[in-house]
Design a protein around this ligand. Sequence first.
Ligand SMILES: NC(=O)c1ccc[n+]([C@@H]2O[C@H](COP(=O)([O-])OP(=O)(O)OC[C@H]3O[C@@H](n4cnc5c(N)ncnc54)[C@H](OP(=O)(O)O)[C@@H]3O)[C@@H](O)[C@H]2O)c1
Length: 293
Amino acid sequence: MRVFVIGATGALGRCVLSELLAHSHAVLGLARSQDQAALLRGWGVQAIPGDLLAPGTYQHALEGVDAVCNLASAVPPRPADRALWQMNDLILRQGTQGLLNATRRMGIRRVVQQSTDEVYLPQGATWLGEDAPLAPAPEAAAARDAEEAVLESGIPCAILRAGRYYGAGSRWTELLGQRLREGAFETVHSGEHWVSPVHLFDMAQAVRLALESESAQGIFNVCDDAPTTLRDLYGSLAATTGAALRTQPTPPRRSGWRLSNRRLREKLGFVPYCPTALGAVADLLGTSACEAT
Ligand SMILES: NC(=O)c1ccc[n+]([C@@H]2O[C@H](COP(=O)([O-])OP(=O)(O)OC[C@H]3O[C@@H](n4cnc5c(N)ncnc54)[C@H](OP(=O)(O)O)[C@@H]3O)[C@@H](O)[C@H]2O)c1
């Protein structure tokens, strides 16, 4: 299969490239600079100079492509500042729409779109399947709009609603590394907040399965087998690393998301390389990353 990847240079994109190449797919990646283009070429990927916000820059490269995978985002370094989300919103709304128009024009028959579990209503310990009620926070509203645009495009598609990424280069892992150097992990909202971790290798696996399978149509949650609370995860990290655990005395504000990956397992044969983050995050911070097969 010949796959065009947008967001190829990101933390997730790099894992996706490697997963696709390891499974003998031909891969093209969008690159916004000469340096990034050289990086992609070095990995065996055909670099397409361009920008998602300017479809004219990449449309020619869609000729002969079997599938498109959109992983682009621009989450700001200070996520709490809503004003900084404008570029991310633009990429998800305008960028995705431009990509869909170009994809349709070129007759491409498959799109895989990255999304997030934050489009769901947070329900704490309640398991969330793909039909769970939606209530995107302002930061996730553009991701939901991108989902709708893809679903309504008429192009066969899979939407991957991911839990929280960890792995080399992911923001969460970098944050936890920083906390470890400072000597303490800190929970938010009393630690009662649920997270559904997914190693970047496993998100890359899910992307590949969604690209390869004809039955990958619609929405799929992507996470490991063991969603957990921050209190349990950070408590285990603290115990393993010798760092302290600080729990905020504030009452829970948002209860987080406990995702079920059942549909992904049953329909696409997903088996996570890293079934639980409990040991894997500690390994990642202290020693080695979870091994992908
Ligand atoms: N963290 C989570 O738990 C989680 C869960 C679900 C979804 N997500 C989403 O996934 C993202 C994480 O992915 P990541 O770690 O791979 O992010 P990342 O490392 O920040 O990569 C973002 C990618 O998007 C590309 N991009 C940005 N603007 C573009 C444009 N105008 N045209 C073309 N490409 C553009 C970037 O290219 P450049 O290299 O040129 O900047 C880069 O390749 C988050 O930002 C979030 O939106 C996160």
